[in-house]
Design a protein around this ligand. Structure first.
Ligand code: G6P
Ligand code: MN
Length: 441
């Protein structure tokens, strides 16, 4: 029997991550063959060069794959097995505002944590919902594997308003950090580690890390990290700001003597230091525009001009490998264990039953089976409850168009020092997001 060939739409085709996804798909056509690849974006101009370069690449690897670039949702979502969603509502222009408005008020200017993430969440929910509705209309059996940030808030909203949809919310951060930890432990791959992990997205902890023989690796990894942070070499992070983040993990670890926390706790534990280090006139959004975005568009133009990808090697990053591994596991019922965002439903015994949490899951053809985490320590539980309440209030605010709920969400957030500053932030974000947020009453 001929092997099934898959059809994929990348929603947010103009993303700087799209070429990496297409490269990774091309690198594994043997195990995961394609019949159709669609890039879909609402911004035709942005998507165009990326699509043209990817079309050339795709033709070189398998000319039988139907390659489509479109701004038409019907064309994008018809006859699809998987949607890899990675949209950014408002683009990097709005990311810059999320970050700079926060810093103007002396708060952490980060796109997923703190006030910036709240503002971004209020934009993202509607965009993901629209794409999900298109998918369900034109390809009701398809799965959406959704990277769209801020993943926690998006996941919370989608599970509330579309509880039966075939969507899995994902993030590559746990495995990026596992890569680092595997290197620290002297292993070839993160897949050689057995881990226990729990938390919320960008807000989680490794409570156990063992090698294949069952040896506890946490003491070795912690000892290294207390001295060096997460970085294992200068090249680990693409940009300076990520090196700073990896470095700061030393201080985060010091607070927590047993587990290994996500690097994002920098923002929640040391917001004052982070603000001090930040440049309010040049944030991560600017760094991405001047770095990754410039480079990706430059390479795409070069490929288009030459009519070939010759001279370039396929770039296969974790971001792309992870989502393809997930599609593969769902398609072939592999029971691979992956850290994913899912509804708690009792996995963490002493945490909200309905909350969306991030834990290891077993992936089958029907979706996810979660592992049991059990009870969690007071420190982690308290932090998670505060953060989860903040995220739930954001979704309440979005659903009820409530100014007050959003003010409460901002007040609840660890990166915002007072209700007064929360209100000032809120008023600035409302002004900046007129084209994106529901009108708040
Ligand atoms: C990590 C996070 C993502 C985030 C990404 C990019 O991979 O898990 O959620 O989008 O970093 O950050 P950057 O600042 O490079 O756009
Ligand atoms: Mn993430």
């Amino acid at each position: 029997m001929e092997k099934k060939k898959f059809s994929i739409v990348v929603a947010g085709g103009g993303s700087t991550y799209t070429p990496e996804i297409v490269c990774s798909l091309m690198s594994q056509l043997d195990r995961f063959p394609l019949r159709k690849l669609v890039l879909y974006d609402i911004d035709e101009q942005r998507q165009q060069p990326i699509a043209e370069a990817c079309r050339i690449l795709c033709r070189e690897y398998d000319p039988s794959i139907e390659f489509i670039a479109t701004t038409d949702p019907k064309e994008a979502y018809t006859d699809i097995d998987f949607c890899f969603a990675q949209i950014r509502v408002g683009g990097l222009k709005m990311r810059e505002k999320d970050e700079k408005i926060a810093l103007k008020h002396g708060c952490v200017g980060q796109e997923t944590c703190g006030p910036g993430g709240i503002a971004y969440g209020m934009r993202s929910i509607q965009g993901v919902l629209e794409n999900l509705d298109y998918m369900e209309k034109y390809s009701p059996n398809a799965w959406m594997l959704n990277y769209t940030n801020p993943a926690s808030i998006v996941a919370e909203a989608i599970q509330r308003v579309r509880p039966h949809s075939k969507i899995i919310n994902i993030c590559d951060q746990p495995l990026l950090l596992e890569d680092q930890m595997a290197k620290i432990a002297g292993l070839k791959s993160r897949k050689e580690m057995d881990v226990r992990y729990f938390g919320l997205n960008h807000f989680g902890w490794w409570s156990e890390i063992k090698d294949q023989e069952g040896h506890d690796l946490i003491p070795k990894i912690r000892a290294y990290m207390l001295e060096h942070g997460f970085a294992t070499s200068k090249e680990d992070a693409a940009d300076e700001s990520w090196n700073t983040t990896y470095e700061k993990v030393k201080d985060v670890l010091a607070v927590d003597p047993d587990m290994i926390p996500s690097s994002y706790f920098n923002y929640y534990f040391y917001p004052d230091d982070i603000v001090k280090q930040s440049n309010p006139n040049y944030t991560r959004a600017n760094e991405v525009v001047d770095g990754r975005e410039k480079m990706v568009f430059y390479i795409c133009q070069d490929i288009i001009q030459k009519g070939t990808t010759k001279g370039y090697e396929l770039y296969i990053g974790d971001h792309a490998s992870f989502v393809i591994d997930l599609a593969y596991a769902l398609s072939y019922n592999t029971h691979e264990r992956m850290i994913l965002i899912t509804k708690n439903e009792g996995s963490i015994h002493d945490f909200d039953y309905d909350a969306m949490i991030e834990i290891p899951c077993i992936v089958t053809k029907d979706g996810l089976e979660k592992v049991t985490i059990g009870k969690i320590p007071t420190f982690q539980k308290g932090l998670m409850e505060q953060q989860k309440s903040c995220e739930i209030l954001v979704v309440d605010a979005w659903q009820q168009h409530s100014y007050h709920k959003l003010w409460q969400a901002l007040t609840m957030n660890r990166c915002v020092p007072s209700a007064k500053i929360a209100k000032e932030l809120l008023d600035d974000y409302i002004e900046a997001n007129q084209d994106y947020w529901p009108e708040l009453k």
